[in-house]
Design a protein around this ligand. Structure first.
Ligand SMILES: [Zn+2]
Length: 251
């Protein structure tokens, strides 16, 4: 366990799409964005925010997605269990898994974390059960046997204000994000409530938004957080990810 709160970022795969998938009307070549997972190592326990994709999205380099094709993939060594072991953290030492939402690229590694309790917004769990569809919500990813703590709204994970789960609905009915209070300031792990920094700059929701009204209210809250100095780590932002150093404590 950490002596003081530490945050680590890992990339567990790749997301390829045209710019217009993120911001309607944007043109250009296909973009490649990360599928992030974050370890929050707190003196009272370890939490992961999002866990990447299931094994069915694994590809070999020889069989990689063509650069001009929409889709998701990961390569050997990118699964969250291997990412954790690379920094000497045992997957069975993770106490909490916080899934931003239950789409297949955010909870596909839950099965690797056998001793974790999974924290979800109750309405996300309901949405996943009602909206089961291949490539969107698949029970094989999230129905993995660990206890589930269903919450409604905000939750202060360790009771000291350093790791706050906050509802950020819109992309899905029960999307949630986490605000981590580090020594140098607050970091907001957005997940897919905001795919890229550009979405927030232009205040344009992607077409893949379950509830536009909720999504816009979430964007307004994100913009207010950013204005007061919170650093936001976006869901699938390749440009931002290029500035992030993996496997070392986040600063
Ligand atoms: Zn996603």
């Amino acid at each position: 366990m950490a002596e003081s709160l530490t945050l680590y970022a890992f990339n567990c795969g790749w997301f390829q799409c045209k710019p217009g998938y993120f911001v309607e009307g944007d043109e250009g070549d296909y973009l490649t964005g990360p599928v992030p997972s974050y370890l929050i190592d707190h003196p009272k326990g370890r939490a992961l925010f999002d866990t990447g994709m299931g094994v069915r999205y694994r590809r070999d380099f020889a069989d990689a997605l063509p650069a001009d094709k929409f889709g998701l993939q990961w390569f050997e060594g990118m699964d969250v269990a291997t990412r954790l072991k690379a920094i000497d953290v045992a997957p069975d030492s993770i106490d909490w898994v916080i899934n931003s939402h239950l789409h297949i690229d955010h909870c596909g590694g839950n099965a690797y974390l056998p001793n974790a309790t999974v924290i979800l917004q109750r309405r996300e769990l309901d949405a996943a059960r009602e909206g089961a569809a291949p490539g969107v919500y698949e029970a094989i990813d999230y129905d993995t046997g660990q206890p589930v703590k269903a919450i409604d709204g905000e939750h202060d994970l360790f009771g000291d204000g350093t790791v706050r789960i906050v509802p950020t609905h819109g992309h899905t009915p029960g999307h949630q994000s986490v605000i981590v209070k580090l020594a140098k300031g607050e970091v907001l792990l957005a997940g897919d409530c905001c795919y890229t920094e550009r979405n927030l700059d232009v205040m344009v929701l992607p077409r893949a938004t379950a509830d536009v009204g909720e999504g816009m209210r979430t964007f307004e809250r994100l913009a207010a957080q950013r204005a007061k100095g919170t650093r936001i780590l976006f869901g699938h932002d390749g440009r931002q990810w290029a500035t992030i150093r993996e496997n070392i404590p986040f600063e």
